[in-house]
Design a protein around this ligand. Sequence first.
Ligand code: NDP
Length: 313
Amino acid sequence: MAMKTKVLIVGGTGYLGKRLVKASLAQGHETYVLHREEIGVDIEKVQMLLSFKQQGAHLVIGSFNDHQSLVKVVKLVDVVICAISGVHIRSHQILLQLKLVDAIKEAGNVKRFLPSEFGTDPARMENAMEPGRVTFDDKMVVRRAIEEAGIPFTYISANCFAGYFLGGLCQPGFILPSREQVRLLGDGNQKAIYVDEDDIATYSIKTIVDPRTLNKTVYIRPPQNILSQREVVQIWEKLIGKELLKSSISEQEFLAIMKEQDYAEQVGLTHYYHVCYEGCLANFEIVDGAEEASKLYPEVKYTTVEEYMTRFL
Ligand code: NDP
């Protein structure tokens, strides 16, 4: 049976954060959710927080502008998970976590901290392209602060969120699959890894009480979900019983189009470039000092790409 642990989720109203709250409650942890005063009259967020409370979570007030308020909430728990925003087309606040790191350091009681990562492993992206490298650089700044403060950590590398990548058949700017056509990025043969966001939350919560994941990176690589764009398209074609019309966008064309976009779009496109043209997610072995989630937790029945795509039928 899962051990009862006190867990604080920061960014609990977010796209991933709300799933972390749900998974923490489902795994029987005493779950605390930060209620920032700044959300003011954001009715959706307030309603969401109240629904967490109805499901058994504790809401705790704190602000990134008030160090002592953060120290106070951190002192209530054993584990802190942060899912603060980090997608430029929505919002990017990764460096705000330095304030949380300061609070965790001062509080001195936290046994595990999971910072807002949940994507490509930033430690492998030292040669990443501008401007998208800002995501990896900022996440590395936070890692260094955590490690310098001696805070026990787990870094979750969750690869591609299914919602962003699978829905649009791995085409940037699309989140619904066409029944007519698809544009392949290059030859469409680079492997990537797709993970349902609820599964990311389930695996992440599993790691927090696991000594095997202490001070390590945990990659989420469900074996059936390591697929190229072409393979994703084939799964969709099988489901709809029809072949899509295919075209392709070369690396040079992709980069030229990228340069014409605004900054936030360019950041996102840079990430697609590394994933879809360079294969940065699947082109390495997981070595000693890191773990893979589906091997650690074989009891989790993860969502396969085919199951995920069935939702669009
Ligand atoms: P969201 O954009 O949904 O934001 C999450 C939360 O951040 C908000 O709900 C809010 O929490 C908090 N927040 C936003 N602005 C501020 C602020 N100024 N001060 C304090 N808190 C703030 O985040 P996502 O779920 O999209 O991203 C979470 C993580 O997942 C990021 O690290 C991101 O890089 C990663 N990611 C990875 C993807 C992938 O494909 N691998 C795709 C998308 C994201 P509250 O109001 O509750 O305090």
